[in-house]
Design a protein around this ligand. Structure first.
Ligand SMILES: C[S@@+](CC[C@H](N)C(=O)[O-])C[C@H]1O[C@@H](n2cnc3c(N)ncnc32)[C@H](O)[C@@H]1O
Length: 283
């Protein structure tokens, strides 16, 4: 899948400016959404798409005239649309633009918009997911795409009470390096909250690893936290490491967390596709 399916015309509404490397995120997400939405269509009665950090729906690639669909619009325009969409965004202006775009691009879609911080609004998010039963099997896919490692594990834990897969952007590349002293020596609760425990500090000390290994350590710790919720393990070689194209710096991992083998098979296809000549780099 090339960028051609993701490019859109400027509609004059607000767009977030994103770096060039966001293109890769959108291409990988578009492929996963496509595989998941069509592959799960006949296996479940309802498929729900949740975007906890939804944005405005369109993103502008800095320094270019290119505008791309953001994650919620990508999900709205798959060939086999989801039965329900739940978009949470804390910025009112961005959410208003997303509403207008969604209504224009996918007028038939059943969308709940939730304005506010996804952690504070998690009960509202959960309340918008249809109740599942033996004759109404509901499967959700949740996109978790914050700017930094500001995820709260307790939020994902709350959502994990239903059948739900997560695609998580672990934005720890820059953050873990820049704020290492603050996170490790200081008493910042940020990583404790993202991982849902404080024991990671002991494990990091015991590992005696180099500072440069901290990024991989955090990614594996996050997988370990998800395993505590009965998710299948996601080792580093099954996470997609995205680097900046200027200095080749590691920026983030994109990772799937699912309890289901089928979802992991779809993810394998995404990883295979992401391993092209320009981005042959799993760590
Ligand atoms: C990296 S952007 C993601 C955009 C979108 N997923 C995409 O790919 O097009 C993060 C978005 O989350 C919003 N945001 C940040 N913290 C949030 C929170 N705690 N709850 C809900 N939205 C939040 C920001 O306003 C921003 O629009």
């Amino acid at each position: 899948m090339g960028l051609e399916n993701l490019e859109v015309d400027d509609d004059g509404l607000v767009c977030a400016d994103v770096h060039h490397w966001a293109e890769e995120k959108y291409r990988l997400l578009a492929l996963y959404d496509k595989l998941f939405s069509s592959g799960m269509k006949n296996k479940w009665d309802q498929r729900v798409y949740i975007d906890l950090y939804a944005g405005a729906g369109f993103s502008h690639i800095q320094g270019t005239s290119t505008i791309l669909k953001g994650s919620p619009i990508i999900a709205l325009t798959v060939d086999c649309p989801f039965d329900r969409y739940i978009f949470c965004e804390e910025n009112e202006e961005l959410l208003a633009a997303l509403r207008v775009r969604s209504a224009r691009i996918a007028p038939q879609a059943n969308v709940s918009y939730i304005h506010g911080n996804c952690d504070a609004k998690i009960e509202e998010v959960c309340g918008a997911v249809p109740k599942g039963s033996s004759d109404n099997r509901v499967l959700s896919l949740c996109m978790v795409d914050p700017f930094d490692f500001g995820i709260k594990f307790s939020t994902l834990k709350r959502l994990s009470q239903v059948y739900i897969d997560f695609v998580v952007l672990l934005a720890i590349g820059m953050d873990a390096n820049r704020n290492y002293d603050h996170y490790v020596q200081g008493n910042s609760p940020k990583i404790d909250e993202a991982l849902g425990n404080t024991e990671w500090r002991e494990r990091w000390k015991a590992a005696g690893a180099r500072r440069s290994d901290f990024r991989q350590f955090l990614a594996l710790e996050f997988s370990r936290s998800m395993e505590s919720l009965r998710y299948l393990p996601t080792p580093l070689d099954r996470m997609k490491l995205v680097r900046s194209d200027e200095k080749n710096l590691p920026l983030y991992y994109l990772a799937l967390f699912s309890r289901n083998d089928t979802a992991h098979k779809f993810w394998d296809q995404v990883l295979k596709y992401g391993t092209d000549q320009s981005s042959f780099n799993f760590e």
